[in-house]
Design a protein around this ligand. Sequence first.
Ligand SMILES: Cc1cc2nc3c(=O)[nH]c(=O)nc-3n(C[C@H](O)[C@H](O)[C@H](O)COP(=O)(O)OP(=O)(O)OC[C@H]3O[C@@H](n4cnc5c(N)ncnc54)[C@H](O)[C@@H]3O)c2cc1C
Length: 469
Amino acid sequence: MGATLVWLRRDLRLSDQPALVAAAERGEPVIPVFIHAPEEEAPWEPGAASNWWLHHSLERLGATLENRGSRLILRKGASLDTLRALARETGADAVFWNRLYEPAVIRRDSDIKKALRKDGLTATSFNAALLHEPWQIATGAGSPYKVFSPFWKACRAQGIDSAPAVTPERLATPAQWPHSESLEAFGLLPRIHWDQRLAETWTPGEDGAMARLDGFIEATVRDYGETRERPDQEGTSRLSPHLHFGEISPRQIVRVLQEAGLGLDAGGAEHFVREVGWREFGHHLLYHFPHTTDAPLNPRFEKFPWRESAEDLHAWQRGQTGIPIVDAAMRELWQTGWMHNRSRMVVASLLTKNLRMHWLHGARWFWDTLVDADLASNTLGWQWAGGSGADAAPYFRIFNPVRQGHRFDPEGAYVRQYVPELANLPTDAIHSPWEKRRDAPTPPADYPAPLVDLKQSREAALQAFKALP
Ligand SMILES: Cc1cc2nc3c(=O)[nH]c(=O)nc-3n(C[C@H](O)[C@H](O)[C@H](O)COP(=O)(O)OP(=O)(O)OC[C@H]3O[C@@H](n4cnc5c(N)ncnc54)[C@H](O)[C@@H]3O)c2cc1C
């Protein structure tokens, strides 16, 4: 009798799991496997926050499988060698997995598929991560989209499949399980314990993802159009790390919204699904323009005169720029592993425009610190913010962080939460403590003066842009 290896990667769930369903349908023992081989997947090592999440997500998945009489086999090493070894040890005659879309992963997975088939095994992959895979959406001329609105229109015109794969009732088990390494051997948890705040903020795993979605639908989604822009409120779903690790699928999100009676054609639910569409757009762009992880989508930016300053970068990373909304956001990231989307745009604008530093510095820092660090969404976000990417955010549109602060953190609550040095400033001074005002207390001595003059640096950035060939 044969067996089926289900090679789990960033699809760490049992529901809407097409690879697992197909394996169960074969009626042979199913062996779920996770292989730790981060160097095969992205240009950079995963950051500590991302590793923390992965550890807990694997722990949860292992426990869920054990509750169903199955197991999660953990291995470290080159993926192909490990799959071959496992197939030999277990007598497996098939390997199933769900697809990922980063350039290095696509190369690796297609090599693995060919090699396994050459070995005489069945090797099959499925879509578990996207509503529409990158090659399913194209312009009338057959080319990829570079602008979000027509991309999303085309996705909606194709329709959204919201029928999640049915979770198998039972997984047949092998007579003998292969050896599994311990999760601790992956070394994913930080050696110095800074992760208490992460543990208080997040619940990695499939149940945590569904609980977050349910809570969001109950409390927030109807007003999402207004609340989503406010970093001082819990106005978004915070599902991004769950989506990145595949603890929940976009299909499940759509299905749960529909079951809650929320129409996808208008209102908060429509807006929310459209944001999930941005995630799809990131995958579409990365698939069709794989060089954009480190080179500009718009080649005009190849010659942009970026500045280098280790000191300015350090001040930005640590939330010590002297610009309150930027510092609040960078400290939110450091403390919680997450940052609000509005804040991501504001800090990215300051780094790439006012400080005129290469967007890759920012992308790398986000990669190191976000729990939701994701090559497709991060590349999209940084290229967009830096002006060299897809869609309508031209370089000359430069955010004014003081105005952004007054508009999206009107009471200053976000700044007060993350920059306690400024907690006692009156609201009209909190976003620009350097400005002289009658009766306003002087800014605290332990808070830095602004790193740049916002007006002058804006002009300098515009000049540099105009001078581009
Ligand atoms: C400079 C920059 C870097 C970014 N880096 C990442 C990253 O590494 N990983 C990541 O998941 N997102 C990234 N984003 C996108 C966005 O900020 C986050 O997805 C969002 O803030 C996550 O919060 P949420 O789950 O509450 O979002 P919600 O508003 O609840 O949206 C629901 C889901 O839609 C998707 N989504 C929403 N907005 C975007 C967007 N602009 N681009 C792509 N997907 C989106 C996410 O999967 C999100 O979980 C980045 C944005 C910028 C401007």
